[in-house]
Design a protein around this ligand. Sequence first.
Ligand code: FAD
Length: 401
Amino acid sequence: MARILDEAVSLSDSQQLVKRNIQDICSNFDAEYWREKATEDEYPHEFVDTLTEHGWMGILVPEEYGGAGMGTRETVVMMEEIAAGGGGFSAAQAVHGGVYNSVPITEYASEEMKDDLLPGVAEGKTSIQAFGLTEPNAGSNSPAMETRAERDGDEYVVNGQKIWISRVDVSDYIVLVARTTPRDEVEKRTKGISMFLVDLDDAVQQGALEMETIPKSAGELVHSYELWFDDLRVPAENLIGEEGNGFYQVLDGLNEERLVIAAECIGLGRLALERAVDYANEREVFGNPIGSNQAIQHPLAEAYARLQAAKQLTYNAADRAASDDAVDLGAQANAAKFLAADAAFQAADAAVQTHGGFGIAKEYDVERYLREARLTRLVPITQQLALNYLGEQVLGLPRSY
Ligand SMILES: Cc1cc2nc3c(=O)[nH]c(=O)nc-3n(C[C@H](O)[C@H](O)[C@H](O)COP(=O)(O)OP(=O)(O)OC[C@H]3O[C@@H](n4cnc5c(N)ncnc54)[C@H](O)[C@@H]3O)c2cc1C
């Protein structure tokens, strides 16, 4: 039977191949598997290992380094199917960093670093799942970061704090963003920031990294950490790209990644909607399936319409990603993320309502989908910040902050 929203977009041959393969993998991890992982706050190692064995962590790694050499359009399909396959946003987030952190390395790292790292990423022997940008005193205003990396001979010395950094526990390396020139010595606040590859084992062995898990209520099977760096010594050759240009390196590729996040939201919304439709057809009250009541049927139809619109925008933008200019792609990517997160939330909320009292029973999973859908409105960029982009950069309205 065709799945909900299969008809929303037409797929190229390579997209269809990705979709079939990911669906096959996901079919081996049922609802019980994901329920258990969420209940135990346990990272889905078995699922991630299977994706890795099939080469999917290297989807964006160029073929010359042993990866699949695919692009945004295939990654969008992969991440939508992973989320829709039962694990929701958490399943996608469990691998998101591993898939995406290869991009700045491919784009900006030295040939030596690429040769050293990328084949291992493609094979699944090297894990670069963690990305360290957010800080407690900067929040959404990332260029206000305070973590410093100061050059000392052939090393950088890193001091500072990061927060909400995900998947540190399943990473060999973190891609770390830190200020290399003080804010008052650069003409623009986005300058003087640099990107580094940090070996996490080495940091712990130096006694220069402390970390604590942040207990949380949504997306709990992917762990997030607060990190403190105290005189961490990083070899100068671990600089990724150009010193002082790191923030622009973060921005480059952000729109395409945002489309992938939108696809993860759509996958979660699909999952919630599919579960709700099944229940609405099965459950009988007053002698009829509850899905025959329009108070149940319409919110599900509305979820379908919203997800359909978000999916078409996301796939359309992903297909055009390589050829679009930055502002145009930014408009589409921010609109897609905003619409997809809201569509996922409405779908998950309708799914909970459809289940009545069982909507909050863990065994039906929809309460977990609702918590995850709420999370999608906060990360990796909040809905407000996505709207700020559209208001300022696309509509040309003045900035208030
Ligand atoms: C589960 C999870 C995983 C994460 N993983 C990572 C990770 O791996 N790496 C990483 O670097 N970061 C990570 N983050 C951090 C995430 O990107 C930030 O939480 C997010 O960008 C928001 O920053 P903040 O939490 O500091 O909110 P704040 O910036 O404090 O914002 C608080 C509220 O104020 C609003 N607000 C602030 N400024 C404005 C404005 N100018 N206009 C309108 N509204 C505004 C925001 O939209 C938000 O609603 C993660 C966060 C979570 C929750």
